[in-house]
Design a binder for this molecule. Sequence first.
Ligand code: GLN
Length: 544
Amino acid sequence: MARFIFITGGVVSSLGKGLASASLGALLQARGYAVRLRKLDPYLNVDPGTMSPYQHGEVFVTEDGAETDLDLGHYERFTGVSARKSDNVTTGRVYSEVIANERRGDYLGATVQVIPHVTDAIKEFIKSDLTDEDFVLCEIGGTVGDIESLPFLEAIRQLGFELGRENALFVHLTLLPYIATAGELKTKPTQHSVKELQSVGIQPDILLCRSEMPIPEDQRRKIALFCNIRAEAVIEARDVDTIYQVPSVYHDEGFDQEVCRHFGLLDDDTEPDLSVWEDIVKAVRQPENTVRIAVVGKYTSLIDSYKSLAEALAHGGIANNAKVELQWIDAEIFEREDAVDHLQGVHGILVPGGFGERGSEGKIAAVTFAREREVPYFGICFGMQMAVIEYARSLAGMPAATSTEFGPAENPIVGLLTEWTRGNQVERRSDNDDLGGSMRLGSYQCALAANSRIREIYADAAEISERHRHRYEVNINFKQQLEASGLVFSGMSPDGDLPEIIELPAHPWFIGVQFHPELKSKPFAPHPLFTSFVAAAIAQSRLV
Ligand code: GLN
């Protein structure tokens, strides 16, 4: 049976619970265990799909087409284990299930309550859809003390009791703020946070303490005493300069050893092999080249909105021994100012996924700049759609080319995707469907054209599989006209109905993809498209 590790956070948000969970997953994996990571989110949205990226950061899409919390991206990048729909649940989803059960009469007339009905549904989720995992790591979103997280805390308290101490472990992540005037790390917020947890019946087994500086031994003993845990279970989690250093640093502080000790697994305490992480950190620290890539998007003020993208670009850098400097540019600026002023001297331009008309003309201006000046261009999803519109306007004689996402159009180069196939099933959508969960989501096959650049990038694979999240598509009715003017459709859905990839053979590197390759890139297995794009940017850097 799987052992369960519950990870909560206290004192403040943004302490990096997701990264801590992902890193512990990687450490247990390095010891030869099979891991699974899950996230329980206390907010009321059914999933983050309809939440603004400004509010919640990126929406991470799983292979099986779920729109999930961005922490699942960290989990995948650190463990390589593909997340599934069943790995992320929110209060909204739990309640909608409980209410649906109630309407069906499943509760046989009982009064439906948070305890036991909601907590039972949460426990069921935690234990569902498991196979032969040795460890299931469950991160609870939010901060201890939030009203919303109470049912989740109650559910994991019950589970901890039911599973027994030998099968469950509670990790609590806190902050030790450094007060300069006192010249000290302060332990009081941690003590309060643990008290808060204890008040709902949870005694943490391990405290992971984020801190800017080393925790002095007497502070460690003080925390242990007040929080009712062993001093060795107070683990220092110091700030590091690259996130890929976290697994090694945690190991050096004894985190995975303490976890194994709890479960009585220290007998097989062979040193885990962390050379993968050490190699990655080395590559990040000693780059041979530096390239500057402009990301022209909409949500550039919140870096978390493009989390996987930033990581994938860094992975492309690791693969090329290069440091990738990102210049985040709000596309709207090009609607007021000349693109040249902002893009001159960059070695690559990337237009990422996006929604809605705002900023679209600016993105199109960035495409024009990249195409005309032969700067490597990478368009992802919306970025591919804008590239096709730009091409249609400038070179295929369709000055009115646009997307129906922005309103009715004379030349709907990009139009609503109303029908597509998944396996043997036809999926249909219309204009007035619900916005939540109704896009073309998750992984789909794509056939690559012979002799194309994309085929070369994918090591001559004839068919690939990538993850999607879109409601609009490049309109196949314009394919012939666009191809006649030089744009190549080098990737299509296997039935030939949906354009998936475009490229410009006459350009040094100009590729647009309808899918999101950034979701599958890992630091230890950089995605070939990002490796190739960064390589093109390095070549460009030698020209300018
Ligand atoms: N808004 C576009 C669509 O729905 C692009 C989506 C995206 O970039 N993920 O098709």
